[in-house]
Every structure is written in C-alpha cells, then in structure tokens.
Design a protein around this ligand. Sequence first.
Ligand SMILES: [Zn+2]
Length: 417
Amino acid sequence: MSSGYYLFISEYSNISDRYIFEEEIIKKEIVEDKKEIIQEKKEEVSSPNMKKNIDKEQFVKKKIEILQGDTFVSILKNLNIKQKKIYEIISKIEDYFDLKKIKTGEIINVFENNFGEIKKIEFFKNTETIISVVLDKEINLNIIKLTKNSFIESKEYTITESLFSDGIKNAVSSDILVKIISLFSFDLDFQRDIRIDTIVSVSYEIDEIIETGKLEYNDIKYASIIIDGKQLEYFKFITDDGYVDYFNREGKNVKKSILKTPLDGARISSNFGMRKHPISGFNKMHKGVDFAAPTGTPIYAGGNGIVEYVGRNGGYGKYIRIRHNNGYKTAYAHLSNYKKGISKGVRVNQGEVIGYVGSTGNSTGPHLHYEIIYQNKHINPLKLKLPSGKILEGKELEKFKKEYKIIYADHLSMLYE
Ligand SMILES: [Zn+2]
C-alpha cells in the first residue's frame, strides 16, 4: 500500500473527528484494488473519483457557525464557490434535506485542501445523520448514519429552592426539567404550590450518539411530584389512536383542558366575533360566547385555577374570573349569584360549581357570557385547541396498567440498585 494512501486515511479520520464512515470503509477496498491506477493517475487533478484526488492532499477543517441572516447559499458564496456550483450543490442536497431547516447556531464543517479549494462540506441533518457533500468535478452526496444507543435514566431529588435549580444540581438535564414543568402545569402552579421538601422522581429516555457523544433527551417515561405527602404521578402511554400521552394509575389523562361549555344543557345564543350589540345597537366585538340557560343553572369552573375576581363588574353584572396555569384565564358574566365560599384567592377545580346563571348587568335575558383569555387576549372558547382529557377504558386501560407497572418497576430498580 502506498504511503500516500496511509496519509489520506489518517488525515481523513483526523478531519472527520469521531464519525464512522462506513461508506468510506467499503470504498477503501476499492481504493486498494485500484492502487496501481491511482499511483499512475495521481497527477490528474480533475479525476472524477474523489479518492484519487485527495490521495495526497491534506485538509484543513473550518467550522462555520450559521449566524442570524445567513443562508446556505450566502455561506457558500462567502467561501468563493462559483454560482453554478452553488446551484448544483443546493439541488443535490435538496433531494434529501430542506435547507430552510438549517437553524442559526448550527455548524457547517468545510474541508479545504492545500490550494484553498473547498473539497467537502458537512453538516448534521439531525443528531444521528450527517450530510457530506464531496466537491469534485462531480458533486457527490454521502448520507452518514451515526450509531444511536438508547437507554433510560432515573433521578430523584428533593426541592430546597425550586424544581428547576435543584434539578440542575442533581444533574437532570434542563430539557427534562422543562418537560416535567409542562407535564404538571395543569395541576400545579409552580410559583405557589411547590414547597421545600417536595420530592421529584423521574425517568426518561435518552439517545446517545456514539460517534459524537451527543445526548438527546426524549420522552419522560414516569414523573412523580410529592408535596406534603400528596403524590401526583404520570406514566407515558401511547394510546390506541397513536398519541403519546400521560396518565395516572387510574388511566386519567394529565391534560385537563379548559371546558368549552362550562354548564350543562345550554345552547349558544351568541357567538364570538363582531355583532350588533342587542342593547346599545352598535357594532361591537363580542369577546366571548353566550349560553342561554334558565336562571339558577350551575356554572362550572372551566379548569383548575385560582379565583382572581368575584363581584360586580360594570356591564358584566355579577362576574367571576379565574386564573389558570399556562397563561389562561376564564371569565363568567351576568350571574344571578356566586356559589358559597367562592371568593378572591380561592382554589377551584375544573367542574366545580362557582356560581349560577342570571341576567345581571347589560343583559336581555338569563344567559352566561363566557370568556377565555390567553395571555391577556380573548380567544374563541369554541375554537380552543387544547388537548381534551382522556380516560382510558376497557382493553386500552388493561394495556396501560401492564405497561405502567413495568415502567414503575424499571424506575425503582434504576434508582435503588
Ligand atoms: Zn356575551
């Protein structure tokens, strides 16, 4: 074997970091077979076989970070690649990858030879796939699959400051902490509910890319929060209709949507949107939905939350507003009365009676005016796109019960073995 070949291999593995180039290994044999030819032709710079060209070349690897405003095209232009070649490169890549998906902060590796020519461009398609573009007379694209090792990790810790900061101290990745917070955000108000000595226990899936050592945190499998001896826990489960979702041991879904209709047996008498006001006669935005129902019909809290307003509120008459987690609020107007015990600061659960239908304020007859406010903007309650709470039943519940027991047993054995 020629020393030139060795040089190529060592340089190549050097510039390629720790990636495994399976394809290159296959091609190695071809190169060896053609050793004689390569040596004969090594002066021929414009050979279509890239291996021959880089046989004696050394490469300098440059890392280019994609900055705000950069495009793949602008980066290639900055590398002084000719317009025609840029289009060829782009069209080759676009068969496999939408270049618009390249994000700011990502790295493009560029390999330059002794003559300052760009010979190869590489970037990650995703954590486990590299797109490698070899530039020669022809442009060749190699899709390099890295090796993924999936495993599960379990952690348990006690909160002394906050769920997040104590999680970081206990080596839980911020990706997972964000997922825990979002998982419990319909149940808990993290500012108020979490107390010192709250216990957090979690297991989650990790993919490790062997060649790069990069870790990718996937779904939470199990999460539990124990506050003052009260436990909230959720298990991952893929439902029969194919959704990844979280359920407690009874098979009840984590996501408690805000109710679209917070009372029984009502009909919609006025929809959300522009309308002529029935009393003033002016065209006005109707910021809620009206449900016609007899006076005294119970009104339910649209979701778990804290009552932030109870009382007369101008044209709204007797009015209640509840603050939910995740930036949602719901408001209830024209009530005849409030449920006993409902006052400012009181915690209510979804479906709990908070008041009764009436016709107080600017109202032409008994109805509930219901508003959903998201980040201080009114949204149409009937078009609210929140996942609806699901309760597992029958065979699906049986399947879930089998699965959660395994998840839980695995979690405990990882923590304590
Ligand atoms: Zn209304």
